[in-house]
Write a protein that binds this ligand. Structure first.
Ligand code: HEM
Length: 206
């Protein structure tokens, strides 16, 4: 294995371990009886926040690659996206099983009537095709359409942010910070997209 490959493997191992920390921490606290008085609430909040944080980090991969010129960054995008989805699944599972006790009539009412839950559901439904199309086979098969499909992540992020803001009782500082970071990342992408278009137009003109 050459040095560059060894560095990527070491970094990927680090990403795996870092992404598993919130889950390990929750299990550890629960096993030691240190979870809060309402462990369901604690799990719901930790899984939701972790999903958002990893999702934002996955969105930062392309801007980081563009700003630093480090193409290796791209190798972490899929892994981060899948971990964000993993925590989103955990979050939804805790809601369905522990918070609602699989009472489907209540759940149906919740996911269609409470704007906060509706936006969470929309976000989750948008993340599903992204996760399902993240296998190496799908990426190869879909080619350019894959990149187009994965732009949906910004729509999913917008729905997540609405869900996050509406879910707060009073203090909306955290979701606003996340929204600011997302706008910044989107700005970097738009800047490079504009530059590429201008370069193409200049080349076409001769
Ligand atoms: C079917 C979809 C979803 C449902 C039913 C759902 C449900 C919930 C519930 C019940 C809460 C707790 C609110 C409270 O106690 O005040 C919550 C909070 C949250 N959810 Fe979701 N959620 C969904 C999807 C998502 C997705 C896809 C994400 C992120 C990718 C997400 C991120 C969050 C965040 C960040 C919080 C706030 C955590 C905090 O304030 O500590 N949710 N969600």
């Amino acid at each position: 294995m050459n040095a560059a490959r060894a560095r990527i493997v070491a970094l990927k191992t680090g990403v795996w371990l870092a992404c598993l920390v919130p889950l390990a921490w929750s299990i550890w606290r629960f096993a030691r009886g240190e979870a809060s008085v309402d462990p369901v609430e604690e799990w719901l909040h930790r899984s939701g926040k972790t999903a958002v944080i990893i999702l934002v980090i996955s969105l930062a991969v392309t801007p980081v690659r563009r700003l630093t010129g480090w193409n290796g960054a791209q190798k972490f995008r899929r892994l981060l996206g899948l971990f964000a989805f993993f925590y989103a699944v955990l979050h939804v599972a805790v809601y369905l099983y522990f918070e609602q006790g699989l009472a489907w009539s209540f759940i149906l009412e919740d996911v269609t009537e409470r704007p906060f839950i509706v936006s969470g559901t929309v976000a989750f439904l948008l993340l599903v095709p992204l996760a399902l199309s993240s296998t190496r086979g799908s990426i190869r098969r879909l080619g350019r359409s894959w990149a187009r499909l994965h732009k949906l992540v910004y729509l999913a992020m917008a729905a997540v942010l609405l869900h996050y803001v509406w879910g707060q009782k009073a203090d909306i500082r955290d979701p606003l910070i996340v929204a600011g970071i997302v706008v910044l990342l989107l700005g970097v992408r738009l800047y490079y997209w504009g530059r590429k278009r201008a370069a193409r137009a200049a080349a076409a003109e001769g």
